[in-house]
Design a protein around this ligand. Sequence first.
Ligand code: ATP
Ligand code: MG
Length: 273
Amino acid sequence: MDISVLGHGAYGRVYKAWSNKDQKNFAVKIVGNSKKSEREVKALARLQHHNIVKYFCCWEEDNKYEQESSESSDSSTSSSTNFLYIQMELCEGGTLRDWIEAKNSTPCPARRQEARNIIEQITDGLAFIHSKKLVHRDLKPENIFFEEQKIKIKIGDFGLVKNIALNTDESPPEGHESFGTPTYMSPEQKSGGLYGKKADIFALGLIFFELLWTLQTQMEKYTIWTDLRDQMFPEHFNVQFPPECKLIKMMLCKKTKKRPGAAGLLTEIKKLY
Ligand code: ATP
Ligand code: MG
């Protein structure tokens, strides 16, 4: 059987695996069997959308994939007695982080148009997630994938997905778990208060900016990021990208009510040139 590691994150490891039965490759994510992984699977099963990584099935096993036995395991799974194998669509076009890095190293005249197409697709997927009363909570370029032809975008990694109560758009953080990735975290998520769909919109605003603007160094990213979180943009950003700047500014509002919803945002993005 042809199996290779695609990547690994905080909780699991993802493999590319060939299925003889289907005569095609899949991505299989192996995570410790826990409430968190159950939540990920339940969410994926509800989310059938062309901009979301497609889920096929899952099964439990007592062991991690055997190649791993000689490797060090991370602390979150080492205490688990069994593992959940999540079979998903394989996205072979890399992550959005790879796209950003490629554009930052080689100037691309079509970047603006491509950025708009990408953000439209992410917003489409996100509007669907929100319509199902779910919040992704860890939107970042590393969790957004391209399928093989690099045209279609797929939101992935639902490891932090959360169901929001029916009557409210916000829910409190849980226990002492630390959620999300600090760089893309909304202010309300960072401060440990109530947060919901609008936290995903904040992360999306930062991603939109990153798709358009070249950040050469980590230091530059740090400085600009700090300003961005206060709705302050680099000097020429507004001049070069006026309509995008207006949208991103709204997405980064500190007040959640002032941030647009995903469905409304999608309409606005479609109006962009
Ligand atoms: P969690 O946030 O639950 O800890 P994780 O970060 O460990 O999740 P993922 O983000 O789902 O796990 O996957 C880790 C890496 O595996 C990704 O960055 C990517 O490189 C690769 N990967 C994940 N899913 C796919 C997929 N469907 N197709 C191709 N590569 C994938
Ligand atoms: Mg991830």
